[in-house]
Design a protein around this ligand. Structure first.
Ligand SMILES: Nc1ncnc2c1ncn2[C@@H]1O[C@H](COP(=O)(O)OP(=O)(O)OP(=O)(O)O)[C@@H](O)[C@H]1O
Ligand SMILES: [Mg+2]
Length: 472
C-alpha cells in the first residue's frame, strides 16, 4: 500500500510545513509587538517621573547642594522605588542622586549633555557588565534662557528583559511541541481518512481478477470516499450488465442465425436423398432463398447495430417533411396488409418538418408499421397520425392487434427480444427491428414510447424535435 503511505506522508508534510510557517510568523509578531510595548511603557513611565521631578525643582527654585532625602521629604512623590534620579549641573557634574543609584555613578553621556545644551531631552539605554540594561531620560531645565540643571530619571529594564526571555523560552519550546502534536494528529487523521481507499483497492483487485459480482462495502456517506465507492460500484454494475448483455447477445445472434441454416440444411439433405422432379427442386430452392433472405436480413441488422454502437453510421441532417414521408409509408403498408385484409389509415397528418436523415426515418417508420401489420389480427386496422406541439413532432402508429402485457413493454426494445405472443403469432421476425428504431430515434435526439394492453393493440409514439423555424 505504498501509495497510501505516500499520500499520507505528503499530506502530513504539507500540512506540517504550512503550520510551521504560521507558528513562526505568529511567534515573531508576538515577540516583537510585546517587546516594543513593554519598552515604550517603561519610556512613558520615565517621562511621567521626569515631569514630577522637573515640577518639584521648578517649585523649589534655586538648587543648592542638598541630599536627595531632604528633597523627598519635601516632595514625597519623588520616592519612586523602581526609578532613580540624578541631577546634574550644566557642566554635567552630579549634584543630587537618589540613594538606590549610589552603587554606580552613571555619568551623563555626551549626547545627553549636548542635547541638554540645545534644550532637548534625551532617551537612551546604558548597560553595565553583568547587569540588566538601564533606560535613561535626561531633561534640561533652563532659567532665563540658560541651562540651569539637568534632571535624569533612570529605570532598570531588568523585569522587561526577564519577561521577554521567559516568553522566548516558552516560544522556543512551545512551537516545536505544538508542531509535533499537530503533525501526529494530522498523520493519524490522514491515515484514518485514507483507510477506505485501501479497502477500495483490495476490492478493485478482486474485481479485476474477474469477479464482476463484487461490490465495495464502504458504509454509505456523502464524503469524497463515499462518493468514490458509490461511483465505483455503479461503474462495476454497468460493466457487469454490459458484459452479460454481450454474452446474451452473441448467444441470441448465433441462435437466430442457426435456425434458418438448420432449415436449409434439412430441406437440402432431404431433397438430395433421391432424384426429384424439377418442380420439387424449385420448391426447395425457393424455400432456401427465403431462409437466405432471412439470414442476410439478420446479418444486415446486426451489422447496422454494431456500426451504430461504434458510432460509425453516417447521419444526414437535412429538413424532412414527415407528413409526406408518412403518406408514402401508408401506401407501402397497405400493400403489406392486403392479404390479411388489414386496413392502414391515416389520421390527421399535420405538415411537420424535422431535421434528420430521411432514409433512417423512413426505416424507423417502416419498422413500426411493419410490426403493426405483422402483429395485427386478420381484418384489423392500423392508424398513422402526425401532430406537433411547440417543441416536438409526435408520430403515432396504432394497431388493434395482439398487444403485449405491461411487464414486457420495457424489454421489446432489447435486441432479439420477442414476446411469447409474437412468437406464437408470427414465425418471422428476429427482434432487432425495435432496437434499430430506438437507436434511430435517439440519434435524432428524440425518443420512442409504447402503450399497449395484451390482446387489445399497441400504440407506438415517436417524438422528434422540430426543425428550427426558418429565419427570414
Ligand atoms: N405492434 C406490436 N404489437 C404487439 N407486439 C409488438 C408490436 N411491435 C413490436 N412488438 C413486440 O416487440 C417485439 C420486438 O419487435 P421488433 O420489431 O424488434 O422485432 P420483430 O418484429 O419480432 O422482428 P424484426 O427484427 O423482424 O422486426 C416483437 O417481437 C413483439 O413481441
Ligand atoms: Mg419488427
Amino acid at each position: 500500500m505504498g501509495g497510501t503511505v505516500s499520500i499520507r506522508a505528503r499530506l502530513t508534510l504539507w500540512y506540517g510545513s504550512a503550520l510551521l510557517l504560521i507558528l513562526i510568523a505568529v511567534a515573531l509578531t508576538l515577540y516583537t509587538v510585546l517587546a516594543r510595548d513593554m519598552r515604550s511603557q517603561v519610556d512613558r513611565s520615565l517621562e511621567e517621573a521626569a515631569a514630577v521631578a522637573v515640577q518639584a525643582l521648578e517649585q523649589r527654585g534655586a538648587v543648592p547642594f542638598i541630599s536627595f532625602d531632604d528633597l523627598t521629604a519635601e516632595f514625597p512623590e519623588l520616592a519612586v522605588l523602581d526609578k532613580f534620579y540624578q541631577i546634574f549641573s550644566p557642566a554635567g557634574v552630579i549634584t543630587i542622586q537618589s540613594p538606590h543609584v549610589k552603587r554606580h555613578n552613571i555619568p551623563l553621556s555626551r549626547t545627553a549633555l549636548e542635547a541638554a545644551l540645545a534644550g532637548q531631552a534625551t532617551l537612551e539605554s546604558a548597560r553595565f557588565r553583568g547587569e540588566a540594561s538601564i533606560r535613561l531620560l535626561s531633561v534640561p531645565i533652563s532659567r532665563g534662557g540658560r541651562l540651569f540643571t539637568i534632571v535624569q530619571v533612570g529605570a532598570s529594564l531588568n523585569h522587561v528583559e526577564r519577561a521577554l526571555r521567559r516568553l522566548l523560552t516558552v516560544l522556543l519550546i512551545g512551537t516545536p511541541l505544538a508542531l509535533l502534536a499537530s503533525l501526529a494528529g494530522g498523520w493519524f487523521l490522514a491515515g484514518r481518512a485514507l483507510r477506505p481507499v485501501d479497502a477500495i483497492t483490495a476490492a478493485a483487485e478482486r474485481i479485476a481478477g474477474g469477479d464482476l459480482s463484487q461490490r465495495l462495502t464502504i458504509p454509505p456517506s456523502d464524503d469524497e470516499i463515499g462518493r468514490l465507492a458509490a461511483t465505483f460500484n455503479n461503474m462495476i454494475a454497468r460493466l457487469d450488465a454490459s458484459f452479460q448483455q454481450v454474452r446474451r447477445f452473441s448467444a441470441d445472434a448465433s441462435h437466430e442465425l442457426r435456425t434458418p441454416l438448420t432449415v436449409m440444411r434439412g430441406e437440402t439433405e432431404l431433397a438430395l436423398r433421391r432424384p426429384r422432379s424439377a418442380e420439387d427442386y424449385r420448391l426447395v430452392l425457393e424455400s432456401s432463398l427465403e431462409e437466405i433472405d432471412r439470414v442476410s436480413r439478420i446479418v444486415d441488422d446486426l451489422l447496422f447495430l454494431s456500426r451504430a454502437d461504434l458510432g460509425q453510421v453516417p447521419m444526414q441532417s437535412a429538413p424532412v417533411r414527415l407528413d409526406t414521408l408518412l403518406q408514402d409509408i401508408r401506401q407501402q403498408a397497405s400493400v403489406l396488409g392486403q392479404d390479411r385484409q388489414i386496413q392502414v389509415t391515416a389520421g390527421p397528418l399535420e405538415p411537420v418538418t424535422v431535421l434528420g436523415d430521411e432514409l433512417r426515418l423512413r426505416e424507423l417508420l417502416l419498422n413500426l408499421v411493419d410490426n403493426a401489420v405483422a402483429y395485427s389480427k386478420q381484418g384489423g386496422t392500423v392508424e398513422l397520425r402526425l401532430t406537433q406541439d411547440r417543441k416536438e413532432a409526435r408520430l403515432t402508429v396504432a394497431d388493434s392487434g395482439i398487444g403485449m402485457p405491461p411487464e414486457e413493454r420495457a424489454r421489446i426494445f432489447d435486441r432479439f427480444y420477442r414476446t411469447d405472443a409474437a412468437r406464437a403469432h408470427s414465425k418471422k421476425g428476429t427482434g432487432l427491428g425495435l432496437a434499430i428504431c430506438k437507436w434511430i430515434a435517439e440519434s435524432h435526439k428524440g425518443r420512442i414510447e409504447v402503450e399497449s394492453a395484451a390482446g387489445e393493440g399497441s400504440r407506438f409514439t415517436v417524438m422528434l424535435p422540430l426543425a428550427p423555424a426558418p429565419t427570414r
